[in-house]
Write a protein of this length. Structure first.
Length: 325
């Protein structure tokens, strides 16, 4: 069961101010006094893991303690989330959250925790656009042309995706908002979906920019639009879907959260340090290599983002009757 958005914002705003005991408050005054874990719900080497290691390295240098990445993959990030929400709320166990966690709050019905209730938002890290791309065999070069082509060929375009991810749900959102009928073809991962798109077995994919950009530059794939509300610096000549389908936004993002009840001083320290990192030229350049843009926000602004994303994806999951694999 998902916590109502309004109540979550109230809880998230107050969660940082709570603490279960006086010693944690005292420790918060000298935070961090020992190494900090950043738990990642996906395997090493993937984009989420890379972002965690980049921000962890920066925080280690800035705050003088090691921020160690610990990978706990499985169940769309829910194994890691379950571990973190049960940890002591002292700031020494953090979770790198992605859009998958907001999606999973609705997609998975029998979780042992309530995502919105049991976390304390700490700091935004990045926002990453997906790119609507087609195999060049599709005779369309713009989104309006694609919509017209899809409407003239209902049920004949195969759309690749990975079930319950932004690669899948961005496509479902496009289908709903553009009023087109495409056949969803599920894949176990983004890499095989991309391979089949290049090979022509499927015709359209809403992939991450970082995964697809070399195929786009080489001409093996044709980019029609990015899924953020505005254009991406990584593909400046590619329009945003929002320019044709008004109100469309379906980007990936990552942020740091802590267990509910983490002291406000700890959250403030981490938020300031992360935001400083996002303004650092060296770290910004590394994130730009991933096709990402910094997401410097306050904990309250982050709470709003997480609640909005959870609500948005929940509506799409229910409307399209999407179930976990």
């Amino acid at each position: 069961m998902i916590l109502p958005r309004r109540r979550f914002l109230h809880v998230a705003g107050g969660a940082a101010a709570l603490s279960a005991s006086v010693p944690w408050v005292a420790r918060a005054q000298t935070y961090p006094a020992q190494p900090v874990r950043i738990v990642v719900g996906f395997p090493p080497g993937g984009p989420t893991d890379i972002v965690a290691r980049l921000i962890g390295q920066y925080l280690s240098e800035r705050l003088g303690q090691q921020f160690v990445v610990e990978n706990r993959p499985g169940a769309g990030g829910n194994i890691a989330a379950d571990m973190v929400v049960r940890a002591q709320p002292d700031g020494y166990t953090l979770l790198l959250v992605s859009a998958a966690n907001a999606i999973g709050a609705t997609l998975y019905e029998n979780l042992n925790f309530v995502f919105l209730r049991d976390i304390a938002p700490v700091a935004g890290v990045i926002r990453v656009p997906n790119v609507m791309e087609v195999n060049p065999s599709i005779p369309t070069w713009t989104v309006p042309e694609f919509i017209a082509y899809a409407k003239a060929n209902p049920g004949k375009i195969n759309m690749a995706g990975v079930n319950g991810t932004t690669l899948h749900l961005a496509g479902e959102l496009f289908k709903m908002m553009a009023g087109v009928d495409m056949v969803y073809v599920p894949y176990k991962g983004a890499a095989p979906a991309l391979t089949d798109l290049v090979g022509g077995q499927v015709q359209v994919l809403f992939d991450t920019v970082s995964s697809s950009i070399e195929h786009i530059r080489s001409g093996r794939l044709r980019a029609l639009a990015v899924t953020t509300a505005t254009r991406s610096e990584a593909l400046p000549d590619v329009p945003a879907l929002n320019e044709t389908v008004s109100g469309f936004e379906a980007s990936g993002w990552t942020c740091l959260v802590a267990p509910r009840g983490t002291p406000a001083q700890v959250i403030e320290t981490l938020n300031k340090a992360v935001n400083a990192g996002l303004a650092d030229a060296k770290l910004k350049a590394r994130l730009a290599d991933l096709g990402a843009t910094p997401l410097p926000v306050s904990p309250a602004e982050l709470a709003t983002l997480i609640a909005d994303e959870t609500e948005k994806w929940g509506k799409i999951i229910r409307a399209a009757s999407i179930k976990p694999d």
